[in-house]
Design a protein around this ligand. Sequence first.
Ligand code: F6P
Length: 327
Amino acid sequence: MQIGVLCSGGDSPGMNACLRAIVRTALNEGHEIVGFMDGYQGILDRDFYVGSAGAPRAVLRTVSGLVKKGGTVLNSSRCPEFATPEGTQKAAEILDELGVDALIPIGGNGTLTGAHELGKYWKCPIIGCPGTIDNDLNGTDFTIGFKTAVQTAVEAIDKLRDTASSHHRMFLVELMGRHCGYITLFAAIAAGCEAACIPEAPFDIPSIVEKLKLMKNRGKRSIIMAVAEGYHDGVMVLQEKLKEAGCPFPTRVVVLGHLLRGGDPCPDDRILATQCGSLAVKAILKGETDKMAGVTNNIPTLVPLTEAIDGHREVPRDLVELLECVS
Ligand code: F6P
């Protein structure tokens, strides 16, 4: 069997580790992996990973060192053409023409939505792997890259705390996560932020300003608020509103942006990526399709793609309350 792999959407630390596990598991079972470059675009362009061999289509065998490497050697993209019914159907026809027998797309919500749509036109097995920093998919406790992103955010916020204390300042630190507050909430707890502004738990500006005044009166020298990129009107508007409401701290905004997607994966992400990649291959060999390979309660688990991408994944309420309690 020749199984195609691609990484699509925003890259995330651990995508390479996932690819490595897919290749190693497939080889062990006597099957071959080919990589498409730049996500679904690579199918439409018939653009295969060629490695150093320079052949038009290299079968992936040498994946040494990939467990620790950030980014993705297959590159990634968002592909508007594939997202149309015509584009999806065209991709299905090209996969048949190329003789690919199954597909493992690694990516987030958009990627797995595309994978489900592709299954309506292509009759071969498709198993997705959850590669996104956002942690916004159902059916897996964490997504590949989330924990590394949180670690990067915490390292950055720790540094900002130093300068915030030196200058008696407040920093509003914007963190990625699309519509989801997971990264922001976890980073806020781990970095000891005074507040997290997340879409799932909007706060009242006058009451937060009152709280800030109390903190200032008690001698607090610095404030850090972690703000999710999906928070209401965004971090700049939030800064203005706080100022208008009488915020007692001079405030600066720092947008960490794509910094969170870079860097080598942390051990947890390497392990998760390895579990998901290996399960994806085994699932295909068992004839499964239209599912995502995730890990729930430490157990590698398959979940229907429709469930993985369904609705907004809520953040745990107890962690929202925990942050309020300790900040
Ligand atoms: O989905 C991953 C992510 O990094 C989101 O957190 C963010 O909203 C988005 O991708 C940014 O996308 P782009 O790299 O296309 O600007």
